[in-house]
Ligand binder design. Structure first.
Ligand code: HEC
Length: 269
């Protein structure tokens, strides 16, 4: 009876941690997307109802976000070069002299005459025909081609990241059901899920660190990527700590898993 009371208390504790975590994260997600349209409108006096002001997201995106048109791509390159995450006037200035869409009219001129700097068909009247081939938004790669399979667009880190998460969650579920239904075999399943979760967190961290070096040149991280890095490493440490506690508990099975184990597991969750 006492152990049931204890587990109910621990489950309540889990619930509180999950709710507090969700409440703390939601506002960050809601405000994470910088308003690039507003930054642009502040930098340039736009004609109300004109081509650019009615384009909205299509000023930089083609076929719907997050796919970028050539102008958006140039902005993205300028952001990466400046190691910035949010758009500002300096970034917009940096791409003014470029002719992103290759239609013969530089971006600055296009914006002044209210034509789209990322769409080759849209250019100021009287622009001489460009000799260069116009650039269009990149075609979506064929997802069934062998190359797309070997070279996924976003690398393998975002794929690997799901393994420790899913394995830990399912293992935790097995543990909770195993305790409730008094089924030791489910606790064993929980243990092996935790084991593979901990091991799979290592290549996940390794590919994440490599992506940081290769994609951002190891530039100092801020905001989400920084939280992501810290939370990733802390989660891996927690997984290995839980694994160590589990192995110790296996040495003397009659004592079971301690309340400390459950609190730590809740924190990891
Ligand atoms: C002035 C150009 C510009 C405008 C206008 C713009 N975007 Fe973007 N957007 C970008 C760039 C550049 C990126 C890539 C940012 C990066 O790689 O860091 C991006 C990325 C995104 C992404 C990918 C995820 C992310 O947060 O990085 C989404 C989704 C997105 N934009 C949605 C929108 C929507 C919706 C609108 C219209 C309300 C919009 N964008 C308007 C330039 C723009």
């Amino acid at each position: 009876m006492r152990s049931i009371v204890r587990y109910v208390a621990v489950l309540r504790c889990v619930l509180v941690i999950v709710i507090v975590g969700a409440v703390c994260t939601l506002p960050q997600i809601a405000f994470a997307k910088p308003d690039f349209v507003a930054v642009f409108a502040k930098a340039y006096p736009l004609k109300g109802g004109g081509k650019i002001s009615t384009a909205g997201c299509a000023l930089c995106h083609a076929g719907g976000p997050p796919k970028l048109n050539p102008y958006g791509k140039d902005i993205q390159t300028a952001l990466n070069t400046a190691h910035k995450r949010t758009l500002d006037g300096d970034i917009l200035k940096a791409v003014e002299s470029k002719d992103s869409d290759g239609d013969g009219a530089p971006n600055e001129g296009e914006i002044k005459s209210d034509t789209l700097p990322g769409v080759a068909d849209s250019k100021p009247a009287g622009t001489p025909a460009s000799t260069a081939a116009p650039k269009t938004a990149e075609a979506a790669p064929n997802p069934f081609a062998l190359e797309s399979f070997v070279k996924p667009k976003h690398g393998n880190h975002p794929v690997l990241v799901h393994f420790p998460i899913a394995l830990f969650l399912i293992g935790f579920l097995f543990d909770v059901i195993g305790i409730k239904k008094r089924q030791p075999v489910l606790l064993t399943a929980g243990y092996y899920n935790l084991l593979v979760a901990a091991i799979s967190s290592l290549p996940t961290i390794a590919t994440g660190l490599l992506a940081w070096q290769w994609q951002f040149g190891g530039a100092p991280l801020e905001s989400f990527l920084l939280y992501h890095l810290i939370c990733g490493i802390v989660t891996s440490l927690l997984l290995f700590t839980l694994l160590g506690m589990r192995r110790k508990a296996q040495a003397n099975p009659e004592s079971g898993l301690s309340a400390g184990y459950w609190v730590l597991a809740a924190l990891t969750l």
